[in-house]
Design a protein around this ligand. Structure first.
Ligand SMILES: NC(=O)c1ccc[n+]([C@@H]2O[C@H](COP(=O)([O-])OP(=O)(O)OC[C@H]3O[C@@H](n4cnc5c(N)ncnc54)[C@H](O)[C@@H]3O)[C@@H](O)[C@H]2O)c1
Length: 323
């Protein structure tokens, strides 16, 4: 066996990252837990919530059908699960920590000063934070070198992307280790070159949802129709190509340069007209009511199942088309 084959076998084997500790068993933590277990890892889950065991087991149960659809083994997956309310015991022997606690900088800073007391100096410390910088989260740590962002997209058990965002003190070795970890799990880790609040995917989402809220609040389109406009046009395009490739093709034979020349001025004119809604009390109230009247006839659980089913179909088709 040559070195290249040995390395790729090592990279493809998630079990070398045993064991993983998941801190915070909310929406994201439970999804990661179920996925790590289905990939054969031993997982310790830690949270302060009193109903921890019930919420984790019920949550995993709900995710199992999607894991099966992904072709992952689910028989007896909770045999490798340890639910541990004590942080020190939960971190004992952890090779990787995936933290999914509340999105508050003071909370995370404090938590990481605790975490580093209880892990070996080689453990990889990954935060699922949706937008906080690793440099800020790790500010009070004595050894920030192994801490960085491993930001998944909801639901982590299904969506391939993980944004890897190192802090200013993160070591090159930790970045490589994080990429290897997520690749071994079959994810698509992408390393950002610089820290920025919200990273990339959430900044793009923020830009789109800001305009979507503006268009709905101004009565230009209904919430449901806006969703349909996205799924039947730009959503479809972006799943296949992304915005830059899409506009490269929008320029005909001249590509993106021709697109910029031809349609750039019109694009820029719209930028000046984009909405800047505020999430004040009245807007929040109105958007909440609209979401209930648009989607409240089905339970969130059912909507999640439908979403998983549709996203899986897209993933399968895309993977078939690139074979
Ligand atoms: N919700 C999303 O779509 C999404 C997507 C990607 C990343 N994230 C990020 O993931 C993280 C978790 O988000 P979420 O949506 O799962 O939140 P959540 O509120 O569903 O879960 C947070 C969990 O942290 C637990 N917790 C609170 N204090 C704790 C402590 N001291 N020790 C251990 N656990 C503690 C809570 O009990 C709760 O179960 C955040 O950083 C968020 O930005 C969220």
């Amino acid at each position: 066996m040559n070195n290249q084959t040995k390395r790729s076998q090592l990279i493809e084997n998630p079990r070398r990252f045993n064991s993983v500790t998941v801190i915070g068993a909310g929406l994201i933590g439970i999804s990661w837990t179920a996925y790590f277990l289905a990939k054969g890892l031993e997982v310790k889950v830690n949270d302060v919530r009193p109903d921890l065991e019930e919420v984790v087991l019920t949550g995993i149960e709900q995710i199992i059908p999607t894991l099966r659809d992904l072709g992952l083994p689910t028989e007896g997956i909770t045999d490798r699960l340890i639910i541990e309310k004590d942080l020190e015991r939960a971190l004992n022997g952890a090779v990787v920590v995936q933290e999914n606690g509340p999105e508050r900088i003071e909370f995370k800073q404090e938590l990481y000063t605790q975490i580093e007391k209880f892990v070996s100096k080689d453990a990889l410390l990954l935060s699922s934070s949706s937008g906080l910088k690793a440099s800020d989260i790790s500010k009070k740590m004595v050894h920030p070198e192994r801490m960085l962002i491993g930001h998944p997209f909801n639901p982590p058990h299904l969506v391939p992307l993980v944004e890897i965002v190192p802090g200013t003190n993160t070591s090159a070795d930790a970045i490589e280790h994080a990429v290897d970890f997520y690749k071994a799990l079959g994810k698509n880790p992408l390393v950002l070159k610089k820290e920025t609040p919200g990273f990339v995917a959430n900044r793009l989402q923020s830009a789109l949802i800001r305009e979507a809220i503006h268009l709905v609040s101004e009565g230009i389109v209904s919430m449901k129709d806006l969703d349909e406009i996205v799924t039947s046009s730009i959503g479809l395009r972006w799943a296949a190509g992304g915005p830059f490739l899409t506009f490269h093709l929008g320029g005909g034979k001249g590509g993106f340069p021709a697109f910029l020349k031809h349609l750039g001025p019109g694009l820029e004119a719209i930028w000046g007209d984009l909405g800047k809604p505020h999430l004040d009390e009245a807007t929040v109230q109105s958007l909440s009511e609209l979401s209930i009247s648009s989607y409240g006839n089905k339970s969130v659980e059912n909507l999640e199942k439908e979403r998983d089913h549709r996203q899986l179909s897209i993933l399968r088709t895309l993977s078939e088309s690139t074979k």
